[in-house]
Design a protein around this ligand. Structure first.
Ligand code: SF4
Length: 472
């Protein structure tokens, strides 16, 4: 989506959001649509909904936002009591309709629909094996590898097939699957990507984030456990914990930037965590300044925490234009600063003559940060200190987040002083990795920090590190 964007381009991007509902008696298509609406920040390239009525599955998907893909007419045309939805931003597979999800397929057990959030790390090896055994692929997504494996393991129950598939696949996956008569939720053994369970009367809901449960009026029950399979059908809900990773490895970047602040996941509220990150940042960098301003919206909560801890005034020194959408036309190169000014406008009255701390969540390439520093300085700020509520991103993510490849990551090739000079700030401070982990107290061993530390919880083969995917 953000090919023409200004600020968000220089951020890591989530790959997908998933949603599922089992509810005889409710309009599951509309509730799924509203669930996707709440998860739209997790993917804007395509959206899709599949609905089952006990004997067949209907599917509608398209390119664009959920609001662009669905109309009253096509929501009205769905009939059934089980719904699964997906919003997608591609990190593997190209951006086109065939890669949009849910993927719906027919196998020996009837029709099945699958929505996937995450990336598999052994996808090339598995796809090559499946090719040799005669499988055909329509899309270039790793999700289709999962589909093929489930279909191939045709002995025993569907849950048996899913367990065998889970043994084969490695990496990150939160899956929401619908059959003609049931809804199934699956989370990988490390719990990289979030998935939670909720209840709305007699209905059960599965969603990437709890904010989607709130939106459809469902009550949060719990997170799906790493390695757990949940099956919901006419007999109710059954759960099996089938695989265990060597440890939990929830993506810590969900808390820094990706998830919505009103979401709680794996025991922590995102807003509260971000505020604590800001407090920790202020303790680590006790700078002599007058005001703290956020880069909206990504730096807001951390800036607030920084202000609370430091005692400095919190001000809105950068105003965001909320009406620049996906169709925004990037200004030509000759006016390269115009782009960021169209998106963010500095408030001279707030900034002039002040020593300013600017708080953002992260720097990927550093291009936008430099423009923001310049903009604040041009408004008369005496000093500009740039503070990040995350450690430097030095490695790529292979578990479903587009952090850009390593060559584009400014912190992979420049040290702190070089980055400070590059963005033109008087001071630059990143939250330390230990400071970040301390926010999670005695749970700090349960997180993936690979993009900051290089400590990958699940090994990544060289072909994937080198960016090669079998069908691309
Ligand atoms: Fe999240 Fe970074 Fe781990 Fe990827 S590498 S799962 S972005 S913490």
């Amino acid at each position: 989506m953000f090919k023409n964007c200004i600020v968000e381009c220089d951020k890591p991007r989530d790959e997908c959001g998933v949603f599922g509902i089992y509810s005889p008696g409710l309009d599951v298509a509309r509730l799924t649509y509203y669930g996707l609406y709440a998860l739209q920040h997790r993917g804007q390239e395509s959206a899709g909904i599949a609905v089952a009525d006990g004997s067949r599955i209907q599917l509608h998907k398209g390119m664009g936002l959920a609001s662009e893909v669905f109309s009253h007419e096509n929501l009205d045309s769905f009939q059934g009591y089980i719904g699964v939805g997906h919003v997608r931003y591609s990190t593997t597979g190209t951006s086109n309709l065939v890669n949009a999800q849910p993927l719906v397929f027919r196998c020996s057990r009837g029709m099945i629909g699958l929505a996937h959030n995450g990336n598999l790390t052994n996808v090339n090896e598995l796809r090559s094996q499946l090719f040799l055994n005669g499988s055909v692929f329509q899309s270039s997504t790793d999700s289709e590898v999962i589909v093929n494996l489930i279909a191939r393991y045709s002995q025993g129950s569907l849950v048996d097939s899913i367990i065998k598939t889970m043994i084969d696949i490695r990496g990150a996956y939160s899956l929401v699957i619908l059959t003609e008569k049931s809804l199934i939720g699956v989370r990988d053994p490390y719990g990289f990507r979030p998935l939670c369970l909720g209840r709305k009367g007699d209905a059960y809901v599965l969603a990437s984030e709890s904010c989607a449960l709130d939106t459809v009026g469902a009550e949060f029950i719990r997170d799906v456990e790493p390695g757990e399979i949940i099956v919901i059908d006419k007999k109710g809900l059954t759960s099996r914990k089938v695989l265990q990773g060597s440890r939990k490895a929830h993506c810590i970047f969900e808390y820094i930037y990706l998830a919505r602040p009103d979401t709680s996941m794996d025991g922590f509220n995102v807003n509260k965590v971000r505020r604590e990150m800001g407090r920790q940042l202020a303790r680590e960098y006790p700078v002599d300044a007058d005001i703290v301003i956020p880069v909206p919206d990504s730096g807001k909560t951390a800036a607030w925490g920084f202000a609370l801890e430091s005692g400095m005034a919190y001000e809105e020194g950068l105003m965001k234009n909320r009406y620049i959408g996906r169709t925004f036309i990037q200004p030509v190169q000759s006016s390269r600063d115009l782009g960021v000014k169209l998106k963010l406008n500095p408030v001279r009255d707030v900034l002039e003559g002040k020593k300013v701390v600017v708080v953002d969540d992260s720097i990927v390439r550093g291009t936008t940060s430099g423009k923001i520093v310049n903009m604040v300085r041009e408004c008369g700020a005496k000093e500009v200190h740039f503070c990040l509520s995350s450690p430097p991103i030095i490695k790529s993510c292979y578990y479903g987040i587009d952090t850009s490849n390593r060559g584009e990551l400014i912190a992979a090739s420049k040290n702190l002083e070089e980055i400070r000079k590059y963005i033109g700030a008087d001071g630059l401070h990143y939250l330390s990795l230990q400071g970040l982990l301390d926010v999670f107290g005695d749970q700090q061993g349960n997180f993936c920090t690979a993009c900051f530390s290089g400590d990958y919880p699940v090994g990544v083969p060289d072909d994937v590190v080198n960016g090669k995917y079998a069908l691309e």
